[in-house]
Design a protein around this ligand. Structure first.
Ligand SMILES: *[C@@H]1O[C@H](CO)[C@@H](O)[C@H](O)[C@H]1NC(C)=O
Ligand SMILES: *[C@@H]1O[C@H](CO)[C@@H](O)[C@H](O)[C@H]1NC(C)=O
Ligand SMILES: *[C@@H]1O[C@H](CO)[C@@H](O)[C@H](O)[C@H]1NC(C)=O
Ligand SMILES: *[C@@H]1O[C@H](CO)[C@@H](O)[C@H](O)[C@H]1NC(C)=O
Ligand SMILES: *[C@@H]1O[C@H](CO)[C@@H](O)[C@H](O)[C@H]1NC(C)=O
Length: 264
């Protein structure tokens, strides 16, 4: 705490001097050093990056993906953003993915089980149920289920691809098929449906992306545009090498940080 106060006091003194000059560089460079960040009025927004020793303890960036197995936008997001980003960042441990195969489905209680109606019809429910059962069969371990989901979703027909994708991952198709066709699958998908319906703000688009449990239009548009940069930007610790990757070699190419005249 004391170190933090001293750190911010130093920042403040540095800032008082630097603020007399103007901000003459492109937004991409605003967090490059304390002087520039101060001149450009973005020091608080850059503090975690400039002073990682004072940053809040770096915690894993939680990425939540609420989607539907046959929705074209979900398929595009999984195959062009989620899976490639996971491949690039999985060794760094800075990201933790949880997927929720349900989306805009509806559920209706039927005795002790549940019936589902899916946006793209019964085959989509079948796909969602298979993916829910796949997740449970792999103990929700992203490393084990995500490549299979990618295999399904990148196929011309994700439902038809389920069996070969699951078999080639060394998993037991018969047991996943039994789960997806019965009460176990319904129980699993019901839980995911409850989690989906509890979202705040309410899901009105799929895929629906949350970062550390939060969803805004801005988060959503950045996630579908460049999830890799979004996760790297969100991570508060020292950026791993896998984050120094974008066109400019800096994980800060979005105009996330707006100029501000605020004196702090
Ligand atoms: C990843 O998320 C899962 C589910 O939310 C959680 O159980 C797990 O502890 C998280 N792992 C890390 C490293 O944060
Ligand atoms: C649930 O689905 C079964 C099989 O299609 C049907 O017989 C049953 O009436 C449905 N239950 C409800 C509550 O809609
Ligand atoms: C997977 O996660 C769901 C939701 O948290 C949980 O209900 C289920 O028990 C988990 N499955 C396993 C095998 O851990
Ligand atoms: C696959 O699962 C089925 C149904 O649970 C089971 O009968 C069978 O023994 C399993 N096969 C293997 C190779 O574990
Ligand atoms: C989820 O997997 C666990 C561990 O294999 C199993 O005990 C449980 O029955 C499964 N849950 C459902 C609803 O299939």
């Amino acid at each position: 705490m004391l170190r933090m106060c001293v750190g911010y006091l130093l920042l403040f003194l540095y800032m008082a001097d630097a603020q007399r000059q103007g901000c003459n560089v492109a937004p991409t460079f605003w967090c490059d050093d304390v002087t520039i960040a101060t001149q450009c009025g973005v020091l608080p927004a850059c503090a975690d990056r400039l002073f990682p020793q004072f940053a809040a303890q770096a915690s894993t960036v939680e990425v939540g993906v609420f989607f539907e197995s046959l929705c074209p936008d979900s398929i595009k997001f999984i195959t062009t953003q989620l899976f490639p980003t996971w491949l690039k960042l999985k060794a760094t441990g800075i990201m933790n993915i949880t997927i929720f195969p349900y989306g805009k489905a509806k559920m209706q209680q039927d005795g002790s089980t549940w019936n589902f109606t899916c946006q793209h019809g019964p085959r989509e429910c079948r796909g969602n149920l298979i993916e829910n059962c796949l997740m449970n069969a792999t103990h929700n371990i992203t490393e084990r289920y995500l490549p299979v989901v990618q295999c399904m979703e990148s196929a011309k027909d994700p439902i038809q691809a389920a069996e070969p994708c699951i078999v080639s991952a060394g998993l037991n198709w018969t047991s996943i098929d039994i789960c997806a066709s019965g009460a176990d699958g319904a129980t699993l998908m019901h839980r995911v449906g409850v989690a989906t319906e509890a979202l705040n703000p309410t899901l009105n688009w799929v895929p629906w992306i949350t970062i550390n449990g939060m969803h805004t239009d801005h988060i959503q548009s950045m996630a579908v545009d460049d999830l890799h940069t979004l996760v790297c930007d969100t991570y508060k610790g020292t950026k791993p090498a896998e984050c120094v990757h974008t066109k400019l070699g800096i994980a800060y190419r979005h105009k996330r940080i707006k100029p501000s005249k605020k004196i702090y």
